[in-house]
Design a protein around this ligand. Structure first.
Ligand SMILES: *Cc1c(COP(=O)(O)O)cnc(C)c1O
Length: 400
């Protein structure tokens, strides 16, 4: 109880209600920007430190807004727990560490994973003495043989790969990984839990770049790992010690994005299918990669995994005879679609993998995994699909 009238300088620091009392309840999770928390009784603070009492002491150890996002993601992916991170890369890094990726251990990863994930394994983990082997994750006998010889601690795949939209046979991969004692980590960024929940198909950890579809509006960087209760303590320890924490403002934006995830995904899927069909019929377009097309090598597998909910909002296509210059002119001719380096936004985005997501790879590495100089990746937005198609058509009519 304060018995003194404090000076203005002191009141400037302490005035205002630090937390809401009363009998009202906010219908929306508030942003808790507070770095730290106080308790009436010091014993309670001590209990939180000791882990014998729920609560918060310091935001690097936990934050109520971030916890609300984690609760939501655990529910959507039907996992026991979720731990949020500052970015998708921080989440993937922590998931790998928590699965035993250390000197002498081996990791088997899909060869056409996200460029930064490839570089993380190829540069950082290899430099730490981890044995890393990239395989074509759609070639199950090759995955099996690699696991048999390496006995990896982790098999890492993406549900839908970037940028060639290959689909991972998650139940089969889980079986192979488990046969050799490895954990299966699935990057579910492209599919989202709207299309598939990998934990129900045998995955041990699911990782997301929440920056993409989960947030959905291109205004927050974040990542999440969803897994079993047994792995939570290890993940939290890594988070506490490496400090890749998600900020509460970002957590709030992503939580807000999640509320419309199913609505957005439905529209992304519908639009992408229509754009893919249209592209397939265009004379200037070569191969169109989209799991919803019957021409896609794994169309049937995609039907089984996604059970009719759709095939996602991502596609890629070859512009016939094009290289870097032609792709640049094509991008500059677009009037609606944005040539911007992200995906999963409400607006349609195009990206040139050779320049952006797979820039860290050498031209030979890119060629080996099938990413040609004329390949364009498109993240189909939720605009009216007729306007998206109009834009691509008018840009293709320009002389390149
Ligand atoms: C963007 C992305 C990442 C990395 O996420 P950040 O939030 O940018 O760190 C990882 N995997 C996939 C499939 C992605 O699209």
């Amino acid at each position: 109880m304060r018995t003194r009238t404090f000076h203005l300088t002191t009141r400037a620091v302490h005035a205002g209600t630090p937390f809401a009392g009363g009998d009202f309840l906010s219908t929306v999770t508030p942003v808790y920007p507070s770095v730290t928390y106080i308790y009436e009784r010091m014993e309670d603070l001590d209990g939180v430190f000791a882990g014998t009492r729920p609560g918060y002491v310091y935001t690097r150890h936990g934050n109520p807004t971030v916890a609300a996002l984690e609760e939501s993601m655990a529910e959507l992916e039907e996992g026991e727990v979720a731990v949020a991170f500052a970015s998708g890369m921080a989440a993937i890094h922590a998931a790998l560490l928590a699965s035993g990726a250390r000197s002498g251990a081996a990791i088997v990863a899909a060869q056409d994973i996200y460029g930064a994930t490839y570089a993380l394994l190829d540069k950082l983990f290899r430099a730490q003495g981890v044995v890393v082997r990239f395989v074509d994750a759609t070639d199950l006998p090759a995955v099996d043989a690699t696991c048999a010889s390496l006995r990896p601690v982790v098999v890492l795949v993406e549900t839908i790969s970037n940028p060639l939209l290959k689909v991972a046979d998650l139940p089969a991969l889980a079986e192979i990984a488990h046969r050799y004692g490895a954990a299966l980590i699935v990057d579910n960024t492209f599919a989202t839990p709207y299309l598939v929940q990998p934990l129900k198909l045998g995955a041990d950890l699911v990782v997301h770049s929440a920056t993409k579809y989960l947030g959905g509006h291109g205004d927050a960087l974040g990542g999440v790992v969803i897994t079993s209760q047994a792995r939570r303590a290890e993940l939290l320890e890594i988070l506490k010690l490496t400090g890749g924490n998600l900020g509460p403002q970002e957590a709030w934006l992503i939580l807000r994005g999640l509320k419309t995830l199913p609505l957005r995904m439905r529209q992304h899927c519908e639009n992408a299918l229509a754009v893919a069909h249209w592209l397939e019929g265009h004379p200037r377009i070569g191969c169109v990669h989209y799991p919803g097309l019957p021409s896609h090598r794994q169309h049937e597998l995609a039907q089984q995994l996604f059970q009719g909910r759709g095939y996602g909002g991502m596609l890629s296509f070859e512009l016939n005879g094009a290289g870097r210059d032609e792709i640049f002119r094509f991008f500059e001719a677009l009037r609606l679609c944005l040539p911007a380096t992200t995906l999963g936004d409400v607006c349609t985005l195009v990206l040139y993998p050779a320049q952006a997501s797979h820039r860290a790879l050498s031209a030979e590495e890119r060629a080996r995994i099938g990413i040609g100089d004329g390949l364009v990746r498109m993240s189909v937005g939720v605009e009216d699909v007729e306007d998206i198609i109009w834009d691509v058509e008018q840009a293709l009519r320009q002389p390149l």
